[in-house]
Design a protein around this ligand. Sequence first.
Ligand SMILES: *Cc1c(COP(=O)(O)O)cnc(C)c1O
Length: 414
Amino acid sequence: MISNLNGDVPRQKGKLANDVLLMERRQLKKEFTVLGPVDTISPRCQTFIDKFFPNISYREWNDWKWQLRNCFKSVEDLSRVMILSDDEKLAISKLKEANRLPMKISPYYLSLIYDSIPGDPIRKTMIPMMNQLETSSNEESDPLDEIRTSPVKGIVHRYPDRVLFVVTQFCSAYCRYCTRSHLVGKPHPLTRAEWDTAIDYIDKHEEIRDVVVSGGDPLTMENSKLEYLLSRLRSIKHVEIIRLGTKVPAVLPMRINARLLTMLKKYQPLYFSVHFTHPREMTLETCRACNMIADAGFPLGSQTVLLKGINDKPEVMKDLMLKLLKVRVRPYYIYQCDPIPGSSAFRTTVEAGVNIIEHLRGHISGYGVPHFVIDAPGGGGKVPILPNYVVKSDKKEWLIRNYEHKVYKYPNEK
Ligand SMILES: *Cc1c(COP(=O)(O)O)cnc(C)c1O
């Protein structure tokens, strides 16, 4: 018998209960074949559930709160479902003493990697390795200077007309390369009073027309809390658009349900900034979540961090961008990885990013080509980096080259 991961003894089910469970699962498998609207479960997840959570129903699996309660957080948790390398085990055990982001993986997201080998791209983003515990001299815990550029707790006001509002420090899965690793997973959540102070700041600053609600992951909050926040922001006259920064469609896709979307619709115009890393994340569940968001009328943009050995090959990034377009997510940014402590294992060169853009522009729909940016260390904001398409320019004419490296002349004189 497999006990559940929080160590409780699972509910004993009698024969009858088991039969009901099996029937329910068969029913859901049927629904899956016609993409049933309520309980989509991919074959991969079905196998994972049948193997490691035989006592739960698919309905429980599709309950996002069940997912949050059953996150994998320790060597013991993971060892129940997968074989860890010695390096991974040692790294997990040293996270605390090295003052690193804790480990946390939702059961859904783990189902993508439980049968992988060490070095698997998605696995590396979630399960720490010893090379991430070294800090090199050019790394800092808050490279974007968000603490110093924060006028009140939770707000980063870097650009003239928009702010970043960090509303929670909680996520359903912690990415090892997280730019806010100095903050997420920490035990001091923002209080209601701190939220109110932040909202007052936005209210007093009439130049703010765009609020990026991020964290942590705002979609890990209860609907009621999220709605409090959104209704307060929406009641501010000068706030024109609101964005939700979230990785939920990739790591907790069951969170995207009709009730959430119906609530969010009241606060349009609302954009989704969704974090994706690798084409293997584009599962049936995740694609369904993205399509539901798009069907509900919210524009979706993706943000991807360029990561060494994970998505730094042009073919991998191209595959991801094309898969995103198919579910109506517009690739928005590829970020050069921020130099947080331990990130040298993840960081690649700026040239690798430029090379990716070179392989996208002209080769795939322009809608699939994001901006490649460096968030300038020290708080300079996002700076776009492009391959050089200008061969020569002067008052008379510009010599430009295309994606095939053919050179063309544009008459600059009028
Ligand atoms: C990324 C970011 C924004 C939003 O920038 P856009 O280029 O408009 O997407 C706003 N504030 C901060 C602090 C940010 O890091």
